[in-house]
Design a protein around this ligand. Structure first.
Ligand code: NAP
Ligand code: FE
Length: 372
């Protein structure tokens, strides 16, 4: 059994301030990578700049990362960082800026960065040190080595093969206080998908499952918030961020499975938010698992039975109001069907028929498994 998680994690209120010296010690000059607005609105950017300033560490800021960051954006961030002689990278935001920060840290290590290096698995994966400050509660990118980028040339999103684990993750629930309900729901469902998918792949082991079980438990404490039955309190924000990090720890060992693989086409073609796109396939995916696994997952997330869990996911995402055109479902199905490794990695037997049901292709009786 193997467990490898080299990121130092601080998960506590005001952790950026408390660990400012450790952050600044990653190098001599920081490239800060953010999205357009939220890093500054939620207060994380000023916390990070103050932490660096207080430790006499200069920085430059690249604040142009879009949702589902493209290879082109990452190249621009790396060029900007290199031109400013930055020697470490701080990503602030959701998965998009955090993933872009990792890819930029990889490119900045190269003499002449080029797009092809990102997807070339033969290319050495060395990179500048990275710190991550999450402001959503979904991707767990602060503790994974994964960077998912959009390749417009291939009309697709895909993880790069290089593993770029952050040196430092600074997790503070307060950055969620300003977040809209829809963003919290979408990203919390992404974390749930990570937990469930990690549990249902052959690569899972006792270590990854420990993270999954605790993650589901912590996640379940804020179900009423996700269902819109009460407003989030500080503790909910911490719990949702912690569940997301535990889910990240789990997938950093096992990878994700079919809902993620199927989701990328919906995000690319329909601009569907990442968590919602994964959640679209999640009930159908769980329903295909062994009875004992379905029950264990539902129980850990404090649902009386798996069916309650499926309805919960469908309701919080309002999936009944979403129509995914058949041709997009077919494209998602065809893409994943060609990915033998994904299918074989699944804990249950995911043959063509099973994948077809999860992908929501029409069956003879007109039902879709994801309409459970
Ligand atoms: P995101 O794409 O980073 O951000 C979504 C939106 O939320 C953006 O408009 C962003 O605004 C806003 N936002 C972020 N934090 C906010 C806050 N605290 N308050 C208000 N608004 C806020 O969303 P994400 O779901 O976290 O990341 C999705 C990406 O991560 C996808 O590309 C996905 O493929 C990837 N992913 C990576 C991993 C991994 O292991 N690395 C795992 C799963 C998914 P701004 O644009 O202004 O920042
Ligand atoms: Fe995800």
């Amino acid at each position: 059994m193997k467990f490898y998680m080299p990121t130092v994690v601080y998960d506590e209120p005001e952790c950026v301030k408390a660990h400012a010296f450790e952050l600044a010690s990653l190098g001599k000059k920081a490239l800060i990578v953010t999205g357009k607005n939220s890093a500054s609105r939620c207060g994380a950017l000023s916390d990070v700049t103050k932490a660096l300033w207080d430790n006499d560490t200069p920085y430059c800021i690249f604040s142009e990362v879009e949702e589902n960051p493209s290879v082109e954006t990452v190249l621009r961030a790396a060029a900007f960082g290199k031109a400013n002689n930055a020697d470490f990278v701080v990503g602030i935001g959701g998965g998009s800026p955090m993933d872009a920060a990792k890819a930029a840290a990889f490119l900045m290590k190269q003499d002449s960065p080029e797009a092809e290096m990102l997807y070339d698995s033969n290319f050495p994966s060395s990179h500048l040190p990275v710190a991550e400050v999450p402001t959503t509660c979904g991707t767990g990118s602060e503790v994974t080595g994964v960077s998912v980028l959009t390749r417009h040339q291939k009309r697709m999103k895909k993880s790069i093969p290089h593993r770029i684990f952050p040196a430092l993750a600074l997790i503070d629930g307060k950055y969620l206080y300003s977040a809209p309900h829809s963003m919290i729901v979408n990203t919390a469902v992404d974390a749930l998908a990570h937990l469930v998918e990690s549990y249902l792949v052959k690569a899972s082991n006792d270590y990854s499952r420990a993270a999954v079980m605790e993650g589901l438990h912590v996640w379940s404490r804020s179900k009423e918030v996700l269902a819109g039955e009460r407003k989030p309190e500080a503790e909910d924000c911490s719990n949702l961020m912690r569940a997301s990090a535990l889910a990240g720890i789990a997938i950093s060992q096992t990878g994700t499975s079919l809902p993620h693989a199927l989701s990328y086409i919906l995000t690319y073609e329909m601009k569907m938010p990442h968590g919602m796109a994964c959640g679209y396939f999640l009930p159908g995916f769980i329903a295909e698992a062994d009875k004992k696994d379905r029950k264990a997952i539902a129980k850990a997330a404090c649902f009386a039975r798996p069916k309650e869990m499926y309805s919960f996911i469908r309701d919080v995402l309002s999936l009944d109001e979403i129509v995914v055109p058949d041709e997009i479902l077919e494209l998602a199905y065809r893409t994943v069907l060609a990915d033998r490794k994904r299918l074989e990695g699944c804990l249950f037997d995911a043959d063509e028929t099973v994948l077809g049901r999860i992908a929501g292709r029409s069956t003879a009786d007109g039902t879709h498994n994801n309409q459970l």
